[in-house]
Design a binder for this molecule. Sequence first.
Ligand SMILES: [Zn+2]
Length: 378
Amino acid sequence: MTAPVPDHPVGDAFATVAGHPDVVDQLRAAAGRPVHAYLLVGPDGAGAAGAARAFAAALLCRDGGCGHCRDCRLALAGDHPDALTFAPEGAFLRMSDAEEIARAAARSPLEGDRKVLILTDFHRVQRVGPALLKTIEEPPDTTVFVVVADSIPPELVTIASRCVRVELAPVPEAELVELLVAGGADPGDSQVAAQAAGGSVERARLLVGDTGLAGRREAWARAPERLDGSGAAACGVAAELLGLVEAAAEPLRRAHAEEEAALQERAEATGERGGGRAQLEASQRRALRRHRSEELRFGLATLAGRYRDQLATAGPELAALLGALDAINAAAAALVRNPNETLLLQALLVRLPPLPERQPPGFLGRSVPQGAGSDQNG
Ligand SMILES: [Zn+2]
């Protein structure tokens, strides 16, 4: 299904949804005659949350998402009275959240003839799923659900079957570089940021201005050199790495402060006050949580890369290296279930085999051309 491309950019509300032209086409076409529920599925930060806001704008705007009318502006800012966002406050959705969603779905729109309920982080729906099924599959005609999830765990399968599904794939590295360079970033910085972004446009944009990235990668890559199988070494390294993860959120916190200032300015200029602040705070908390898990995943991928580099020259230690890679993969998978990160990392590091200090490329007699080694931190 491909939507006709309009001569003039009617769908400007989608301008912020980068790297997913097919998704934009699909949502733009759907906004004209929406069904009761959509499910946007994509890994952390692939842009599903932004796509959901743009879609809400297109659903509420008279012109299908012009991007500049009042409806568009408020919906894009997450501040429209008829575009409500719900997210699990804690690790999982509670029954009280489900009740609130059901009540909101039943209420009439406040301003226009349609309301949009955006349900984010719905992979964390857990046992509340069945309680919401009826609400999502048969809302009032005026309500459109936009469900957003990183993935579809078993608890979400039934709800997913009642929604039109829209998939957001991770954005390929080359496209991320293109987007960053088009935005005015240095090509070299863009390459480094794209490599560490895990297919996420948001994360790539954040990393391209992040001067601490190279240092963090180096710290994760060198972690195995500091391990000795003891709990003390593992705890020390884990604490240091988690400190870096925490500090890495600084650019995001600065961006959040700017968002708050912009919201304040808008409230003063228009005299509008609503759930805007609470919604912004909730979405910022989610962004910080997502940033944290993306940073950890990036760190674990860097760590895995270090062990993988050893495979080619491995002798009897091959089994230990493969075991290390399995353990790192398992830890990365466990992050999705929102465990205690400190314990997770300590438990991982204590069982990883120490590695010798990394030597310059070519040192081990491998045929690595000068300057083309794996060390790209410079
Ligand atoms: Zn508009």
